[in-house]
Design a protein around this ligand. Structure first.
Ligand SMILES: [Zn+2]
Length: 252
């Protein structure tokens, strides 16, 4: 299974990266995790937009869904003609949110482009991918996503504060793609930080507790120092560690 980081900038698009978006490929199939601000163009540089098998949204904050609006246009009016409705999976309320996103779209028009479904317990099969989600800790309903294909497994945290459910979902996986929005210094004065995001320290501690060998830190807010983020995490994680960047390709 191949992971391509399309966007890894936390909370808004940064100077070097779109907001949240990840392309997973295996055996000629492709799924996309999140489709945040600015992701659609770089995604098209890595994959034919008509070749995507499904889009899975971790939660409905704008930096994880904004370019669904553009993708609606690309699929509906693209030169290859209308495509079959594309599976689009997200939290409860995803259909209404996506319909309102472009501005003047009807539910019927959106349903002609996206086959919209909500996350639910149990595995979901899309091509060679087996996908499992679990609720994590965030101000809106949010999920971490586990994807398995070809005997390799990845867990994407989405946005979350510290939570044991992420550790359980990630136990023993080959790669943890965990958010690290904060540095420890930032959260000391932020009373609600634990319900928002992980620090780099906490991301590393969650990966270590899950017994993961390879950790990629993502959802990196552009005003944070990347070296400081990496140094914080390294103090708590002895396995392979790197920071995501737009265009990074990893064979999981
Ligand atoms: Zn969020």
């Amino acid at each position: 299974m191949r992971l391509t980081v399309i966007g890894c900038s936390g909370s808004f698009a940064g100077p070097d990266s779109p907001a949240s978006c990840y392309l997973l490929e295996h055996d000629g199939h492709r799924i996309v995790l999140d489709l945040g601000n600015g992701a659609l163009g770089p995604l098209a540089a890595h994959a034919d937009l008509a070749s995507i098998d499904a889009v899975l949204l971790s939660h409905l904050h704008l930096d994880h869904i904004a370019d669904v609006g553009g993708y609606y246009v690309a699929r509906k009016y693209g030169p290859t003609g209308p495509q079959p409705p594309l599976p689009l999976v997200g939290p409860r309320g995803v259909a209404a949110r996506v319909v309102s996103m472009y501005g003047d779209t009807t539910p019927e028009a959106m349903a002609s482009v996206f086959d919209i479904d909500e996350h639910r317990p149990g595995p979901r099969h899309i091509g060679p991918f087996t996908i499992t989600v679990t609720r994590v800790r965030h101000p809106v309903t949010a999920y971490a996503t586990r994807v398995e294909a070809g005997g390799r497994t990845l867990v994407f945290s989405g946005d979350t504060g510290p939570t044991d459910t992420l550790i359980e979902l990630a136990r023993g996986v080959d790669l943890a793609l965990f958010e690290a929005s904060f540095l420890e210094d930032e959260v000391r004065d932020l009373a609600n930080a634990g319900d928002l995001h992980l620090t780099a320290t906490q991301a590393a501690q969650h990966a270590a507790a899950a017994g993961v060998e390879r950790l990629v830190l993502t959802h990196l807010v552009s005003w944070n120092d990347r070296a400081a983020t990496e140094a914080e995490a390294r103090a708590h994680f002895s396995g392979s560690l790197e920071l995501a960047s737009s265009g990074l390709v990893i064979d999981v």
